[in-house]
Design a protein around this ligand. Structure first.
Ligand SMILES: *Cc1c(COP(=O)(O)O)cnc(C)c1O
Length: 489
């Protein structure tokens, strides 16, 4: 399998090159040259374990890593750390070390990067730099912790993440990890990281000292491909439970931010997985809803801070990969649209491309709808869901009422309700006045008779290992001092 850039002139590169590079020099994203029609083959092997299925799917894409290396990467990533479960038509993707679905990608990425690094004979240590508003930072720290040949540095706005998210990060173990609070907001942290990436002088100096900068953000193809696996897994699980017959089409509902998760489902569909509609669910930041309805992508609006913070996004980076398909893989057209987005903040796609988007349905949910849905699902169905998943639940309901398409649907459940306990208690009408986030975890447990995930239990008693805080214009200095202090540890 080879990879091309969504903005390129058709140059092809290997999977390990694509994984190491992350983003193409022309600014485009890497996509496979084709999608292997794997469904017919895999349906004969229904009942594979998650890791076995991951191997069958990922090896079709990342085929220059070597089968044994890939098996080992998958084992290291997931074994005993991550599992997927279907419950009441929710596909629960959050049973991992950080209780959010990003674990599926960020447990695997370090392992595949390690293998790709070996394949490409890269001797420098790779330094993963990330600015985070909460979830990605912890998942990256967890995934790269103690992975040989890598360091990971995470910047977060000191006062801009929840108490639980902050505690998750500052208690992170591992000799190669560093967590730094920024006196500023998320935008400051993000532009600091961007300017480090854009500083060629600094990169040259780092290279002389044996370091290469890289990022763990969701445009890396090494994060996207492993996300295809759980849609196959979920589908086969429904067949095994006789909720559907093999070959029946199902609808997939995905609470969406950066468009990575739903794109993976679409890739599954291209590989033959029987999927009807892909239901793209947004919160009040409903850029994608408007786009899917009108064919016009317009980011010129205020970012709204919602209670599904991981979906508070105005530029969904992975949409570029769908645009590339919608425009018949025309990289010039894709490049033009992305440049318009950058310069004008808006673009409009052709009628043909718009027609292509009929596989998708988009709508959004506001906070009242989300709260009502959380309460309804809990009271009537005995199912406790988080605020992101609830967005999907509401939008599925809207879709069904609008279209009368009531076929079997799977809702991607992207986070444990215990990651957002304050919102969940508010939705359920549980009194939490005057309580801190850690007390609220216990209140939620006692009121719902559910279990706090292990990684969040006793979090408040864990030892703080990272207490560095720096000014927003001192990020480079803090990075250099960490790297020099821990060189070849
Ligand atoms: C990141 C995230 C999403 C959005 O996923 P994308 O792949 O960015 O669309 C949804 N829910 C949760 C809990 C997340 O962490």
């Amino acid at each position: 399998m080879k990879f091309i850039s969504t903005r390129g002139k058709g140059e092809i590169i290997s999977s390990s090159e694509a994984i190491i590079k992350g983003i193409a020099d022309d600014g485009g994203l890497y996509v496979p040259v084709e999608f292997p029609k794997l469904y017919d083959n895999l349906k004969k092997k229904m009942g594979l374990s998650y890791e076995e299925l991951a191997y069958e799917i990922i090896r079709k894409f990342f085929d220059d890593i070597g089968d044994e290396n890939l098996k080992e990467a998958i084992r290291q990533a997931y074994s005993g750390k991550f599992f997927v479960r279907e419950e009441k038509n929710f596909l629960e993707l959050y049973h991992g070390p950080t209780s959010a679905f990003k674990d599926a990608a960020l447990l695997f990425l370090p392992q595949i990067m390690k293998a790709a690094k070996r394949k490409e004979n890269i001797n420098e240590e790779i330094v993963i730099l990330t600015a985070t508003s909460g979830d990605t930072g912890k998942a990256a720290l967890q995934g790269f912790s103690n992975v040989e040949g890598f360091k990971v540095v995470v910047y977060y706005p000191e006062k801009g993440v929840s108490a639980i998210q902050q505690k998750q990060m500052v208690t992170q173990e591992g000799s190669n990890v560093k967590v730094i609070g920024i006196r500023g907001n998320f935008d400051n942290a993000q532009s600091g990281v961007k300017s480090i990436f854009g500083d060629n002088e600094l990169k040259k100096k780092l290279k002389e000292e044996g370091f290469l900068l890289s990022s763990a953000n969701s445009i890396n193809i090494g994060r996207l491909i492993p996300q295809i696996v759980y849609y196959f897994y979920g589908y086969f699980d429904l067949v095994n439970k006789q909720k559907i017959k093999e070959g029946d089409k199902i609808n997939i509902v995905v609470p969406t931010g950066n468009f990575g998760n739903i794109l993976a489902a679409y890739y599954g569909k291209k590989m033959g997985l029987p999927i009807g509609k892909l239901i793209c669910s947004s919160n009040e930041n409903n850029v994608l809803t408007d786009f899917l309805k009108t064919g016009i992508y317009d980011k010129r609006r205020e970012l709204i801070l919602t209670e599904s913070p991981s979906m508070d996004i105005l530029i969904s980076s992975n949409l570029e990969r769908l645009l590339f398909e919608a425009n018949n893989r025309d990289s010039l057209e894709t490049k033009k649209l992305m440049e318009e987005l950058n310069s004008k903040g808006v673009y409009s796609i052709s009628p043909n491309a718009k027609e292509f988007l009929n596989d998708f349905y988009g709508d959004y949910a506001n906070i009242h709808e989300v709260y009502d849905a959380i309460k309804y699902a809990y009271d009537k169905e005995g199912y406790l869901m988080d605020t992101h998943t609830a967005v999907g639940y509401v939008v599925l309901d809207k879709y069904r009422k609008e279209t009368s398409d009531y076929r079997q649907a799977l809702i991607a459940s992207t986070a444990s309700p215990y990651k957002f306990p304050r919102s969940i208690c508010n939705a359920l009408g549980i009194d939490i006045s005057g309580k801190n986030d850690f007390e609220i975890l216990n209140i939620l447990r006692d009121n719902t008779n559910t279990n706090i995930p292990n990684n969040l239990k006793n979090l408040d008693k864990k030892e703080v290992l990272h207490n560095e805080v720096c000014d927003k214009d001192k990020m480079t200095e803090s990075l250099l001092s960490f790297l020099r202090r821990t060189k070849n540890d």
